[in-house]
Design a protein around this ligand. Structure first.
Ligand SMILES: Nc1ncnc2c1ncn2[C@@H]1O[C@H](COP(=O)(O)OP(=O)(O)OP(=O)(O)O)[C@@H](O)[C@H]1O
Ligand SMILES: [Mg+2]
Length: 222
């Protein structure tokens, strides 16, 4: 048995004095797409922020590719191949699509797919159709795709995706789902927060359901 790509044990997270996540246990295998579901305020985004090392006072064990990363600053986690797409999907509004992509470029990482703008344009045909468009002149869904593509330019081993379908037109949601399926085919592992169970079902191998900061269910989405 190989070690999972990500193995989290006893994860507790806080905002100041407020205890938000309670003893989470979860794993993501190599090449696996795993969904973290749960309603508003369940703790999905907090989980991703804690895994990225963005919160003070987080407790627990986080092993990434067999390395203990629980006490590393977030830039070191990124350097090890954790790619994070936060829910606020900020693009550089003055920069073109291609320039936005270039801001995410990192050296190739052994064992991870090596992305180029051309490879990403094949994955995101919408972006390929507007390489010179300024980020500020794109729809919300297109900006969402651009933030994902920009993160892929860092050649991550694991993509942490926060609600890619949120606030996005239905036709873009379908394209987003197709894109995640293709990412999986390219060997990417993804941990994805999602309230939209239809979307989660389309793309994920299995799921963990969060409620009030605890995992209350795990398994297939049926
Ligand atoms: N910066 C913050 N300071 C204090 N409390 C916060 C902060 N961000 C989130 N919370 C609280 O932490 C809990 C979990 O929030 P979180 O954003 O992780 O939920 P979520 O599952 O991502 O919800 P949503 O679906 O709305 O994005 C909620 O009770 C929320 O009010
Ligand atoms: Mg959230």
């Amino acid at each position: 048995m190989s070690t999972p790509l990500l193995k989290v044990e006893g994860l507790n997270a806080f905002y100041g004095q407020a205890h938000i996540l309670f003893d989470l246990q979860l794993e993501v295998g190599r090449g696996e797409v795993v969904a973290l579901t749960g309603r508003n305020g369940a703790g999905k985004s907090t989980t991703l922020k804690a895994l990225m090392g963005l919160l003070d006072g987080t407790q627990g064990r986080v092993a990434f590719d067999g390395c203990d990363i629980a006490r590393l600053p977030s830039y070191k986690r990124a350097r090890l191949g954790l790619g994070f797409v936060p829910e606020d999907r900020r693009v550089f509004t003055e920069l073109s699509v291609v320039q936005n992509l270039e801001t995410g470029r990192q050296p190739p990482r052994p064992g991870a797919p090596a992305w180029t703008p051309d490879a990403l344009f094949a994955l995101f045909p919408n972006l390929g159709a507007m390489p010179q468009r300024p980020g500020g002149q794109m729809s919300g869904g297109e900006q969402q795709m651009l933030t994902i593509a920009r993160t892929l330019m860092g050649n991550p081993h694991l993509l942490l995706l926060d609600e890619p379908s949120e606030g996005v037109a239905p036709v873009i949601v379908e394209q987003m789902a197709a894109m995640i399926v293709k990412l999986k085919q390219a060997g990417m592992a993804v941990l994805l927060c999602e309230q939209n169970l239809h979307f989660a079902r389309l793309v994920s191998d299995r799921a963990y359901q969060l409620d009030h900061g605890r995992i209350v269910r795990e398994g297939g989405l049926g």
